[in-house]
Design a binder for this molecule. Structure first.
Ligand SMILES: *Cc1c(COP(=O)(O)O)cnc(C)c1O
Length: 358
């Protein structure tokens, strides 16, 4: 048994039992004596996987009627453009809140196609807080927000009251806590942060917001085509969809989103308490905006970084290096990361200050 504590920011840790089942299916799927990745995506066996993945999303998030769930390729990054293709009208404006690197990219991509307006930004303080209290223009085609800022470690604790179509990039906190899907019109998430392996992106979209732009949308970028073809307009990423399905089954078996939310809150509370208690460490972002998924922190004395990295590696803690735009450390505590791994990290930090502090 591997005892590595995997705090990777993405691709993320997945449950051991999911990895085991996935590896078995690669050799012999459903006792067909064929691999999952060498059968037709239109076979009965794979269509059942796609159906199951879709229905698990609907069940776990209680997706109301009038919304479609689809699985696409091209990562969340393709959604930056696809949202604009499908929702940004010729004379309209897409409104954005700039809370980090991913939001900035979404703004840039939409700007290729039409007019964008940045309502608020936390770039002035290297995205260490979530801007609040901005007003949303009622004539905007949509408002785009990012629920969790993976790189900087901030997370929206409340979503804005939104008079226009609300689009949310939930790549790094989807399925980590309860959300009200009906508060949103479009949600997208690259699977590799909290749902599965890289290669598939989940989209939940309210059907009635589509079909309102004049432009001709290229087929691969048209949500309506993917909805009509039930995520099989072209060959879907079968392995990524399958592993996502297994991960959602695992989540359901634990008690679903509400149950994992309690564990996630416990993990985050444990780590942030140590960051605040231990004089050698300092959290990077404003306290009220701290992410339960990605905790960013630095050593007060950066000359200790190498020694701390050695302590991490001695404790078999992996993936704690901060993003190059923030520096320091980032502990990503996605659904599949056990509480015990956070305990090991906290113990390592405590011991480090006992042996290196003064
Ligand atoms: C990782 C990430 C993305 C980019 O996802 P890709 O699948 O690599 O395109 C977008 N948004 C957020 C919030 C992310 O964490």
């Amino acid at each position: 048994m591997s005892q590595v504590h995997n705090f990777s920011a993405g691709p993320c840790i997945l449950p051991q039992e999911v990895l085991k089942k996935a590896s078995e299916a690669v050799i012999n799927f459903n006792n067909l004596d064929l691999s999952l990745i060498e059968i037709s995506h239109r076979s009965v066996d794979f269509v059942a996987v796609m159906d199951k993945a879709t229905s698990l999303v609907k069940e776990l998030l209680e997706v109301p009627a009038g919304y479609s769930v689809i699985f696409l390729q091209g990562g969340a990054s393709t959604q930056f453009l696809m949202v604009a293709y499908n929702l940004l009208t010729d004379n309209g404006v897409g409104a954005y809140v700039n809370t980090g690197a991913w939001a900035s990219k979404a703004i840039k991509e939409a700007g290729i196609l039409g007019k964008v307006e940045v309502l608020a930004s936390s770039e002035d303080k290297n995205f260490t807080y979530i801007p609040k209290g901005y007003s949303i223009p009622e004539n905007a085609d949509y408002l785009h927000i990012t629920s969790n800022n993976t790189i900087f470690g901030t997370q929206l604790k409340e979503f804005p009251e939104c008079p226009v179509t609300l689009v949310c990039d939930m790549s790094s906190d989807i399925f980590s806590k309860k959300i009200n899907v009906s508060d949103f019109d479009l949600i997208y998430a690259g699977a590799q942060k909290n749902m599965g392996p890289a290669g598939v992106t989940m989209v939940i979209v309210k059907d009635e917001i589509l079909g309102k732009v004049e432009r001709t949308i290229p087929s691969m970028l048209d949500y309506r085509i993917h909805i009509k073809k039930e995520s099989m307009f072209n060959t879907p990423p079968v392995f990524s969809v399958y592993v996502s399905m297994l991960t959602l089954e695992w989540l359901k078996s634990l008690g679903g989103v509400e149950a994992i939310q309690m564990v996630n809150e416990e993990k985050a509370a444990l780590l942030y308490a140590e960051i605040d208690r231990n004089p050698m460490f300092r959290g990077v972002v404003e306290e009220q905006d701290r992410s339960a998924m990605n905790a960013t922190f630095v050593l007060e004395d950066e000359s200790m970084n190498d020694a701390f990295n050695q302590a991490l590696s001695d404790a078999r803690i992996n993936g704690l290096k901060g993003h190059r735009s923030v520096g320091g450390f980032r502990a990503s505590m996605y659904n599949a990361l056990p509480l015990e791994s956070v305990q090991v990290l906290v113990n390592t930090m405590t011991k480090f200050s006992e042996s290196h502090g003064n």
